[in-house]
Design a protein. Structure first.
Length: 114
């Protein structure tokens, strides 16, 4: 009986180690953009939002209107630029410690979030 108990305990320990130790580290994060409102002074009804990756490659481009939010997943780690054409351009770093980066546009004010 003792051999079976020891074997079962070893198998359980090995299974737990495999489950907790094999998860791959993330290599991508999420960028979100929220267009709350546009200032009338800007003369814009919509904004083209472009996400530029760490190698200066354009990853995403979408046209947003007031009240619209959008998330872009699988953005590679590194320095990311979020350009809201005609309003602002901001940057920040995605990493294993900071998996999200966001931009909130409210009138003429732009705020980076994470």
């Amino acid at each position: 009986m003792k051999k079976n108990t020891v074997a079962l305990a070893l198998a359980a320990t090995a299974s737990i180690s495999l489950l907790t130790g094999c998860a791959p580290e993330p290599t991508t994060g999420t960028v979100s953009v929220q267009l709350r409102a546009l200032s009338k002074d800007l003369g814009l009804d919509e904004v083209i939002v472009t996400i530029v990756g760490p190698d200066d490659k354009k990853l995403h481009a979408e046209t947003l209107t007031e009240g619209v939010s959008m998330s872009f997943e699988d953005v590679p780690f590194g320095w990311i630029t979020i350009d809201a054409a005609g309003v602002c351009s901001v940057g920040g770093e995605l990493s294993a410690e900071s998996l999200t980066l966001g931009l909130v546009v409210d009138g003429k004010h732009c705020e980076v979030t994470n």
